[in-house]
Design a protein around this ligand. Structure first.
Ligand code: NCD
Length: 301
């Protein structure tokens, strides 16, 4: 198997996903020289805490070095330079490029102008494939399986790229049933549902948490404030669905969240065994190490 770029979850075969999870498992507490001598550029044209820093930590743990843009206002894009030109320049400085950008489709645009290893770290409301990898790995570690799952997703499947990417990734495995819990105005977009349908997935849409105890896992994500056309709508909906301690304690349901957590999970849920989201953060480091090693080995060896 070889791969040099990861733009969408659909790029990855099930075989590759399983391979990466196995590799990720071996990265726990490791320091290696798999990226020795390689310069990696982390380009974050949209805010990030976990994704950028876990990638940078992963690069250091693999013996590579990092150059970074953590704020688009500090680049010539502010002067009007195109994304394409920016990538054409950065590929001359870097051996691996990791990019987050607020526009859906931006990672694909970047891939058109560079052959170098490239990773989509989130393109607008579209995709977040590395988050899906770490989410999948977390589910496997927490529940011991990736099939026969009742999976709940809330609460903004319309705008959440992490929900979109994870739901797609889970269609590699059998007999999973998805329930999207959300206000009426935040149901998943048509193309996402068509995609899931095309992959043979079974899904439901619910506007309450009545079925919460039946879920093996519940994937909560904040309402994606920056992607609402109408800010008043965001304010009106933001506390409509919340996982309280009482609800979390009512079942064994594992609670995941890509973070940041805003209103959707109460802080007093954190110390319950069901709360998997900080373990999920750590898993992200190992999965990103595994992915970087895979792409670097494919391209440079
Ligand atoms: C997510 C993202 O950026 O899409 N965060 C992350 O990468 N861990 C989720 C979010 O911002 O809500």
């Amino acid at each position: 198997m070889k791969r040099t770029q990861l733009i969408t979850t659909a790029d990855l075969s099930k075989e590759e996903v399983d391979f990466l999870m196995e590799e990720g498992g071996k990265m726990r507490n490791q320091r290696t020289d798999d990226l020795k001598g390689l310069v990696c550029a982390t380009l974050f044209f949209e805010p990030s805490t976990r994704t950028r820093l876990s990638f940078e930590s992963a690069i250091h743990r693999l013996g590579g070095s990092v150059i970074t843009i953590a704020d688009s206002k500090s680049t010539s894009m502010k002067k009007g330079e195109t994304l394409e030109d920016t990538i054409r320049v950065i590929e001359k400085y870097a051996d691996i490029i990791i990019m987050r950008h607020p526009e859906a489709g931006s990672a694909e645009r970047a891939a058109k102008v560079t052959q170098k290893p490239l990773i989509n770290a989130g393109d607008g409301g579209n995709e977040h494939p590395t988050q899906a990898l770490l989410d999948l790995y977390t589910i496997k570690r927490e529940l011991g399986r990736l099939d026969n799952l009742q999976a709940g997703f809330g609460f903004d499947p319309k705008h959440s790229r992490t929900i979109r990417s994870l739901a797609f990734m889970l269609t590699h495995y059998k007999n999973n049933e998805f329930t999207f819990v959300c206000p009426e105005s935040l149901v998943p977009k048509e193309d996402m549902l068509n995609n899931l349908e095309g992959r043979g997935a079974t899904f439901n849409i619910a506007h309450n948490l009545d079925d919460y105890p039946k879920f093996d896992l519940f994937y909560a994500n904040r309402l994606q404030e920056e992607r609402f056309a109408d800010h008043d709508e965001f304010e009106a909906l933001r506390k409509k669905f919340v996982i309280t301690r009482k609800l979390a304690e009512s079942s064994q349901t594992k609670v995941l969240n890509p973070l940041p957590r805003i209103d959707e999970i109460m802080i007093d849920v954190d110390d319950l065994e069901q709360a998997a989201y900080f373990r999920q953060v750590e898993n992200g480091l190992y999965m990103r190490m595994a992915l970087l090693k895979y792409l670097a080995t494919s391209y440079y060896q």
